[in-house]
Design a protein around this ligand. Structure first.
Ligand code: ADP
Ligand code: MG
Length: 354
């Protein structure tokens, strides 16, 4: 993510300094300088502050003390991070922007858990318990359907040092996302809505344009704008949503360019990465028109064949330069473009099932 942001910034003529604990991290290859330090290291953050005019981040789990130290040059601010780092604060923010979330209970203490378990006994249903902080790609999530399963969770997995949300597990029609960018002057702009297909809770494919009714499309865009306004968004916000028969329910937020927006690299007049750099540098936002239908396929560590450019052929293979290909690690993605959406879908399926 950092590397793709840096490439966009480079093309616009900026110089780059990256702070990352891993020497020669993927972003370092396109940066002028790397500060090798932990994300918790306030002194290293101060060095970054002294070297840069504008600072941004590629993931939401930046230490808040570090974010505060960077605040003078962090146009996105630390409040956006604070909220999106914590599912409890995030859901409250979404509701305060008059948008819907799934039914949920915040579990911030053993007493909360006890009360929830008691209530659940009288109303067992499919739920997913998520750690309030630090989860991604389905990590830190526990799906259960019975009081007995909840008891087992409490005995074996519950950690009283952590906070959680217990969400009703809903059967949605589709998942979609809207990426919205806002600059310092208050201009806001949304990218075309992506339809997202997950496998094992990891994004597998995004199909753009999303195959949803116009009425849902409008609700999705309006919801994203409303949330962005509430946050006084500067930078990029990805809004993940569930689509029901006639509405959208907001699942979660990410305060950065998003995997479901990688299609913009090849299919839009401006990529989410360029738009993000424009947003934080207070430049005018540019044209986010969709120039071609697109199917984006994620390439994971086990998908060796998809990392072979000869196999992928004319389709747009993006590899992130990660050194080790671990199982389920996102190594790159492929954008399949075509004359029609059907063509993109067929071509993408051919790649996936040779
Ligand atoms: P993260 O992406 O941070 O791991 P999410 O909350 O987006 O966490 O969950 C990952 C995926 O799990 C979602 O995209 C969705 O497919 C599924 N999921 C999460 N919460 C629910 C829910 N309440 N009901 C149904 N499916 C869910
Ligand atoms: Mg998600």
């Amino acid at each position: 993510m950092g590397r793709m942001m840096a490439i966009a910034a480079r093309e616009m003529g900026y110089n780059i300094v990256v702070l990352d604990p891993t020497p020669n991290c993927p972003c370092a290859a396109v940066a002028d300088k790397q500060i090798v330090a932990s994300f918790e290291d306030v002194d290293a953050a101060k060095e970054l502050l002294s070297l840069c005019d504008v600072i941004t981040y590629e993931f939401e789990n930046v230490n808040l003390a570090v974010a505060k130290a960077l605040e003078p040059k962090l146009p996105q601010g630390s409040e956006l991070l604070k909220i999106t780092q914590n599912r409890i604060l995030e859901k409250a923010l979404i509701r305060s922007a008059d948008q819907r979330t799934v039914n949920y209970t915040a579990i911030e203490s053993q007493q909360n858990l006890h009360d929830f378990a008691k209530d659940y006994q009288t109303n067992p249903r499919k739920i997913v318990i998520k750690t309030a902080q630090g989860g991604y790609d389905g990590k830190g999530q526990f799906v259960m359907e019975s009081a007995q399963a909840l008891e087992e969770f409490i005995k074996q997995q519950y950690n009283e040092g952590l906070t959680y949300v217990a969400e009703d597990f809903i059967s949605f029609e589709k998942e979609i996302s809207v990426i919205v960018c806002g600059n310092i002057s208050g201009e806001l702009s949304t990218f075309p809505v992506a339809e997202n297909i997950h496998k094992n809770q990891i994004l597998h494919k995004s199909i753009v344009p999303a195959r949803i009714a116009d009425s849902i499309l409008q609700k999705a865009e309006a919801a994203a704008i409303q949330i962005a306004r509430k946050l006084q968004l500067v930078g990029t916000l990805a809004v993940e949503m569930f689509v029901t028969t006639d509405n959208v329910i907001i699942n979660e937020l990410a305060p950065r360019p998003h995997n479901s927006g990688h299609y913009t690299l090849d299919a839009c007049a401006t990529s989410q990465f360029e738009q993000h750099i424009r947003a934080i540098c207070n430049l005018p936002l540019s044209d986010n028109r969709l120039l071609s239908p697109c199917v984006m396929i994620n390439v994971l560590g086990q998908d060796d064949y998809l990392m072979n450019p000869n196999y992928v052929g004319k389709h747009k293979l993006h590899l992130y330069g990660k050194k080790e290909a671990k199982h389920d690690r996102k190594m790159g993605h492929i954008n399949v473009l075509g004359e029609t959406q059907d063509e993109c879908i067929i071509e993408a399926d051919k790649l996936l099932e040779p």
